[in-house]
Every structure is written in structure tokens, then in C-alpha cells.
Design a protein. Structure first.
Length: 319
């Protein structure tokens, strides 16, 4: 059968169109804004505070039992008082539609899962296990631990071993809550904090990766963006091991906890947001920052996100 030149041309054009569509690189999805959360003391989880936080765009919170415990590892309130405070906080959050993302476990010089003295270490583990029984009613998704407090001189390897032992002992109690256990990186621009103390464990990208490599695979990491210069490097290095974040600006040299939009810190926020996308971080953008009004948090995040998206567009147009 003879095919006309018009039909031949049409078929050729159709084939070229199909080929072009098949070979065209897929368009990247625009980065979607994350949910926003923030850190708040348990006593401040009131119906009024939660209703306001929800109204200004907050969906998640992190809380702590730190204020309920003294440096002798004793609870300041009775068990009944603590359980009442927890129940009231949970009710307030639930009523507002806010989820409790994480519990920041207590820490201090005496509440340190890396203590070299074995009897003291076991006492710290027991304290954490008791806190977790109280935390259960909050139904948190993440339980966050500090790897250590400041260390004495030349005891780093011993303290790493103790911290790893404690983490393994605490993991079953965290799993009973159907939660994820994470270890947070700590501030460490240099090894020595002063003439008599070393910086805490997980003070650098390299040390954090070393310790994470020695922990069970189902213990994960949290990145505090105030504790390290270029937090995006740690985020990328951790990859899928990253399960929670603390958002604050700083210079990686001391505890600043600046609001990212204050202009006071040195973090590269487009790079940080890019790193979070690259590792497919699934949690909220959880602030542990100074602020005057909770409404600043969502506003700040959206401005960071807009700047990030704009930078991506510029980069795409200038390959």
C-alpha cells in the first residue's frame, strides 16, 4: 500500500515527539515546605499556649523532664504530680492538634550516660528508664539523648565505650514507646573546653560518624545546627541515619541559639535545607531558638524556604 507523503510526515513527527518526551529529563519537584515545631518546657504546654502555637502554624513540639530532676538525680515532684503534669500537657497538645515529636532527655554533669564510674552510669540509665515510663503517655515519636556532658582529660575512649553501653541498654525502653532513639551532636570547635575539661562526645563530623558506626543500626542521630560549623556537612554525612533536628543559628563556637532570621549567626540556610532534602529528612523543622513570639517561627521558616527555592531556580537557570 502506498503511503502519502503527508501521512509519512505525520508519522515521522509523531515518532519524534514520542522520542523527545521519552528522552526529556524529568523535572524536579519543587521543594515542599516542612511542618514546623519548637522546643517548649513541659510546664508551658498549656491549652492557651498550644492553641496559639497552632494558630500561627506550629504542628509539633519537643519537651523535656529536665526541670523535674535535680543534680543528685532525684525527682523534685512525686510520681503522682509528674503523671498529672504529663496528662495535662498531653491533653492540651491534643486539643490544639499539636503532636509531640520528641522528648529531650535530661542531662548534666551527673546525668551523663557516658560516666566512667560503672555504678554511677547504671544509676543514670535507671533514671532515664524511669523518665521514659513518664514519657510514654505523651506518645513521642523520638527520644533524644546527649552522648555525654563535658569530659575529663584523656578519658575519651573510656567514655565512648560507656556511652555505647548505656545506649544499648536504653534502646529497649525507647522501643517499648514505639519511638526512635537518637543521639545529638555536641558543641566542639576544639577538643579542650578549658585546661581541665574536654568537649563532649560527638563534637565533630568524624567523631559522630565513628560513634554512630559503633552503635546498633536502629539508634539514629539528631543534628543541632547551633553546635557545629557547617551543619549541612554533618547532615549529609549522616544520610538516612538522621531522624531529628534542632534548628538554631550560631557560629559553632558556643551556645548561641539565635533565631535563624535574626542575622546573628553564620549558618548557610539554603545549603542546610538542600542537605535535608538530599538525605530525605522526614521530620519537622524543629526550632530550639530564641524568639519573642511563637509566630516568628513559621514566618522565619517560610522565609528560609523561599530563599532556598529561589536559589535553586537560579542554579537551574545557570547550570
Amino acid at each position: 500500500m502506498k503511503v502519502s507523503s503527508e501521512v509519512t510526515g505525520f508519522l515521522l513527527g509523531a515518532c519524534l515527539l514520542v522520542w523527545a518526551c521519552a528522552t526529556k529529563p524529568p523535572q524536579q519537584k519543587a521543594a515542599q515546605p516542612r511542618k514546623v515545631g519548637y522546643s517548649i518546657a513541659l510546664k508551658n504546654i498549656t491549652p492557651e499556649n498550644m492553641a496559639y502555637a497552632k494558630s500561627v502554624g506550629v504542628d509539633y513540639i519537643e519537651t523535656s523532664f529536665q526541670a523535674f530532676i535535680d543534680d543528685k538525680r532525684q525527682f523534685k515532684l512525686s510520681e503522682a504530680e509528674i503523671r498529672k503534669a504529663v496528662a495535662e500537657a498531653k491533653q492540651a497538645a491534643d486539643k490544639a492538634g499539636i503532636k509531640i515529636w520528641s522528648i529531650h532527655m535530661p542531662y548534666s554533669k551527673t546525668i551523663d550516660i557516658s560516666l566512667a564510674n560503672e555504678q554511677e552510669r547504671q544509676a543514670v540509665v535507671a533514671l532515664h528508664q524511669q523518665v521514659l515510663t513518664y514519657a510514654k503517655a505523651l506518645q513521642p515519636q523520638v527520644i533524644l539523648f546527649h552522648p555525654s556532658y563535658y569530659l575529663g582529660l584523656n578519658e575519651r575512649e573510656t567514655r565512648k565505650a560507656q556511652m555505647i553501653k548505656s545506649s544499648g541498654e536504653l534502646l529497649p525502653a525507647v522501643q517499648e514507646l514505639n519511638a526512635t532513639m537518637v543521639i545529638e551532636n555536641m558543641l566542639g570547635p576544639e577538643l579542650l573546653a578549658d585546661a581541665n575539661r574536654e568537649r563532649p562526645l560527638c563534637r565533630s563530623v568524624e567523631e559522630t560518624l565513628e560513634i554512630m558506626g559503633r552503635l546498633p543500626k536502629n539508634i539514629y542521630a539528631a543534628v543541632d545546627m547551633n553546635h557545629i560549623k557547617h551543619p549541612e556537612r554533618l547532615i549529609r554525612a549522616l544520610g538516612k541515619r538522621l531522624k531529628s533536628i534542632h534548628v538554631a543559628d550560631g557560629h559553632g563556637e558556643k551556645e548561641n541559639h539565635f533565631l535563624p532570621c535574626s542575622g546573628q549567626g553564620g549558618n548557610d540556610w539554603p545549603e542546610i535545607l538542600a542537605a535535608l532534602d538530599e538525605v530525605n529528612y522526614q521530620g519537622p523543622f524543629l526550632f530550639e531558638s530564641a524568639y519573642k513570639d511563637v509566630k516568628e517561627l513559621k514566618e522565619c521558616y517560610l522565609s528560609l524556604h523561599s530563599a532556598y527555592v529561589a536559589q535553586k531556580k537560579i542554579a537551574k537557570s545557570n547550570p
